[in-house]
Design a protein around this ligand. Structure first.
Ligand code: NAP
Length: 259
């Protein structure tokens, strides 16, 4: 199978997983419009591949009052975008027993970026995609710690759990449309996400190239849930994910409106 989409709008493409996936898409003939806050990295990306294949738009996704305008302007400039890849994210450690560490504003900001900002992008793009008569998709980068939370990462784990729930609901809600909803769930990967750990941060987890190979293969296979690695024993982790999805699907079927 091949990746059926022609132009990916990749939110969070200036570093780590997003940049590696952007490179992989372009190498395999898919156009990419990269989004992130760092203009210099967007410029380098476009310069590397040329304007026929690559473009860059600087946008801070946390400013959700600007999301509708961002979506409108991007679609006007690149009307062939048929895949929205929601990959941006941030991570911080909190000790909830320590008032100095439990910074409410930081906590709220993290949940806002990892969850609400992505919901705002979905809100802006679903009406655009559902009007098309060709296949489109929305891809989310989740996390395995959405399923088994990490105690030192309560804002991150909680925001990824909320995103995972939103992904399940969105897929069900869009089941009769041309929009496929895909979730990629990574284990720890060597990126800038863990820079708060200092020097050892970038050595944590799987090399990004290996992750990209596995994620891209899952996309080519047409999977809608690509889980890479596991928290704890893989068999137990995958069983939790599968049983939960089955229970979700059963409940969703019961709740479908009768026509
Ligand atoms: N690395 C891991 O271990 C791991 C594991 C599981 C899941 N994930 C998930 O994978 C995704 C990518 O993370 P990564 O590991 O590749 O981290 P990364 O290297 O830190 O990259 C994060 C990306 O998100 C963008 N971003 C962050 N805040 C943004 C904002 N307000 N507006 C626009 N863009 C923003 C950054 O761009 P700018 O800074 O230029 O804005 C950057 O392109 C995240 O959703 C993360 O939660 C990562």
């Amino acid at each position: 199978m091949s990746f059926p989409y022609k132009h990916v709008l990749l939110i969070g493409a200036t570093a780590g997983i997003g940049r590696a996936m952007a490179d992989r898409f372009i190498e395999t003939g898919v156009k990419v419009t990269a989004v992130g806050r760092r203009q210099d990295r967007l410029d380098e990306f476009v310069q590397k591949y040329g304007e026929e294949k690559a473009s860059g738009v600087a946008f801070d996704i946390s400013d959700i009052s600007k999301t509708p305008g961002f979506a409108q302007s991007v679609i006007q400039s690149y009307p062939d975008i048929d895949c929205l890849f929601l990959n941006a994210g941030t991570q911080n450690v909190y000790d909830l027993s320590d008032p100095a560490s439990f910074d409410l504003e930081k906590f709220q900001n993290e949940v806002h970026i990892n969850y609400i900002s992505l919901v705002a992008l979905v809100h802006a793009f679903v009406p655009v995609f559902t009007k098309r008569d060709t296949p489109t998709s929305i891809i989310f980068t989740g996390s395995n710690i959405a399923i088994v939370p990490a105690a030192t990462l309560p804002a991150y784990s909680g925001s990824k759990a909320a995103l995972n729930v939103f992904t399940l609901c969105l897929r069900e809600n869009l089941r009769n449309t041309n929009v496929k909803v895909i979730e990629v769930s990574p284990p720890p990967v060597q990126t800038e996400l863990h820079d708060y750990m200092g020097d050892k941060g970038r050595d944590l987890g799987m090399p990004v190239d290996r992750f990209t190979d596995e994620a891209h293969s899952g996309l080519l296979e047409g999977k809608d849930q690509i889980i890479i690695g596991a928290v704890g024993p893989a068999e137990t982790f995958n069983e939790i994910v599968d049983k939960r999805r089955e229970a979700f699907d059963n409940l969703a079927k019961l709740m479908r409106p009768v026509n």
